[in-house]
Design a binder for this molecule. Structure first.
Ligand code: PAF
Length: 254
């Protein structure tokens, strides 16, 4: 039975109890609207740890656009059911005041990688992500924390932050889970209409093609995508596009 914990003090008390004290803790932070991608992280945590904790917190400070925050999918009841089906031990489900008693006066700012790719198009986004992840890791104090490869830039920033601040946690990267048509799973996919969903398949198809970034960008624009970027860094090609009001990101090894 998944126990729902809403406050920091409740978790801290539990963590000291005999039930948890000597067990390895795996942590999967999420913003809810859980899909198979999240479930793959949770399954891995279950295998590798004695206790798995999942958090659901739609973090307002990482949304640079208020309407994006407003329409972000919230499916709490079905999320809890999925967590119970996977035998997750604890769901940490705090409210805003529990996490941001400081009203976001204290922030984690990274000045390099956070300024490119998504950071360039979503000002302040990674400040919000890094700050909330730092808070969550300090609360839960897991041995391992699991992140998806779809948000590869986010993963790199979190991994570097943990090293920079000597956090005693292993950051584990888990592979992207895709639909049969190639679309990377994302909570935002729920916001696509059926026609948009069909169009969305073209994004991963083109991203992994042999074509140049410039050609991929042009072809996506012809198909009516609004393209934030298609860029190659190291051995990876990254892309971010909008279909209607929905923003999608993806990346592939090249
Ligand atoms: O990837 C996400 O869902 C979020 O950015 C995270 C890591 C849970 C922080 O809010």
């Amino acid at each position: 039975m998944t126990k729902i914990i809403k406050t920091v003090s409740e978790w801290q008390q539990l963590k000291r109890s005999d039930k948890i004290k000597n067990k390895k803790i795996g942590f999967v932070p999420t913003m809810g609207a859980l899909h198979e991608g999240h479930l793959s992280l949770i399954r891995r945590s279950n295998v590798e740890n004695g206790i798995s904790v999942v958090s659901i917190f739609v973090n307002p400070t990482q949304f640079n656009d208020p309407s994006d925050l407003e329409k972000y999918p919230r499916t709490f009841e079905s999320d809890v059911k999925l967590l119970r089906d996977l035998n997750v031990d604890y769901l940490f489900y705090p409210d805003y005041s529990e996490i941001y008693a400081d009203h976001f006066k204290y922030k984690i700012i990274e000045s390099d990688l956070s300024q490119i790719l998504c950071g360039k198009f979503r000002p302040g986004h990674f400040e919000g992500v890094l700050t909330v992840v730092m808070k969550l890791l300090n609360i839960i104090r897991p041995d391992k924390a699991y992140f998806g490869e779809k948000d590869y830039q986010q993963y790199l920033l979190i991994d570097e932050m943990c090293k920079a601040f000597f956090l005693n946690v292993a950051i584990i990267l888990c592979p992207i889970v895709r639909e049969a048509d190639g679309l990377a799973l994302s909570s935002r996919n729920m916001l696509l209409s059926s026609n948009e969903k069909i169009l969305a398949q073209r994004f991963p198809q083109l991203l992994k093609s042999e074509k140049s970034c410039e050609i991929i960008k042009n072809e996506l624009e012809k198909l009516s995508f609004k393209v934030d970027y298609i860029e190659e860094i190291g051995n990876r090609r990254f892309g971010a596009v909008h279909i209607g009001k929905v923003r999608l990101i993806d990346n592939v090894e090249i």
